[in-house]
Design a protein around this ligand. Sequence first.
Ligand code: ZN
Length: 475
Amino acid sequence: MPKILIPTALRQFAGKQDSVEVTGGTVGELLQELASRHPDLKRQLFSEEGKLRSFVNVYVNDEDIRYLDKDATAVAAGDTISIVPSIAGGSAAVAVALDKEEILRYSRHLIMPEVGMEGQLKLKQAKVALIGTGGLGAPLGLYLAAAGVGRIGLVDFDVVDFTNLQRQVIHGTKDVGRKKLDSAADRMADINPHIQIDRHEAALTSENALQILKDYDIVIDGTDNFPTRYLVNDACVLLGKPNVYGSIFRFEGQATVFAYEGGPCYRCLYPEPPPPGLVPSCAEGGVLGILPGTIGLIQATEAVKLILGVGEPLVGRLVLYDALAMRFRELKLRRNPECSVCGDNPTITELIDYQEFCGVPHASEAAPAPMGDIDPVEVKAMMDAGTPFVLLDVREPHEFQICRIPGAKLIPLGELPKRVNELNSADLIVAQCKMGGRSAKAVDLLKQAGFPKVRNMTGGILAWSDKVDPRVPKY
Ligand code: ZN
């Protein structure tokens, strides 16, 4: 009788035997016979449609019969048939299987024809990089772990803060002060101990991005700043990996899939970043806590669809979500043939300096404080010494309601040009906002309006709370 050699990775499905003797005249018949004797092995070797899976090669004696018709390939009594699964990174791809606990866990997936055993194994073998474990990263991490995405790489360097808990639901109150990476990984491992979680404790930079991302099939952008968005985009285009994009602000969000199968990239949509400070961050502008849940889960859905190869991917379409109106809109996006990174003649062929590209000063350049800046501690000293000055708060009235520095005069930045007459150019004016960004603009504006003595309180009211008066709540 011909003999079939069973590779190590598959022996668990064939009663732990290393070889099986079977009867049959052709390779096809032998394999069918083997499969009918070992139904678990059948699931490994054949697809639902009964086709031999693409990662399984069959040899008769030493001959590769991959391209021959297996039903017509005759075998004789002394022949040895070898089943050789493809090996990747030291582990056999075919060794991926679900154990009993996983079958139970994923049963609601397994009974859907769009997922099934084949799809669940695809999820198990998928490698997804998740940049950021904040507002978007939180729902993404939770659901991708629960869905059984086999390997998830988390990239973050931040620490959990009280202000995160309003939306970053992967972290708990007990995690405040912990590394987000550890907090998120622990929660995900608790949801699903069957997955591998890689922790990349780093800010993604031009130096490390390609190295980190190259090992993953799909990249999901859950970041909140322009330099990293352009960096992730360019890295994905250069590596040829899809970039599942989402962004949030206040009550509005956007989502799409960039750089996938000839579709547009982020630079096709936005060739240049806005000037620094023009678009406020969530820390400055705020965000509805639930919003990143909605957008993050659109990203998670798209990632899972890409892995399964089902449905219509969100490529070349930008979904706009307005939570206040509860309305979704969709805009068509096209790849720009002139795009500097994914265009026909790209000028960006390696990663660049994204801080510089986005006009963000480097930490080393930002370090020496300009003459107009003043530290909150100095402001407090001036108050205590009775030095006359006007503390000008340029935040919005609803922020003023949350907290204020005693004696501050409120003129929101947007109203400053028409209310400048409420200020006296002879006075020393110290402008202050939440973090120091808007007040810096107020200082420029007042200087242009002819006010000679204006200074910007660095770090805003948050720094005041840290350095001067911890009773002032942070938000
Ligand atoms: Zn492009």
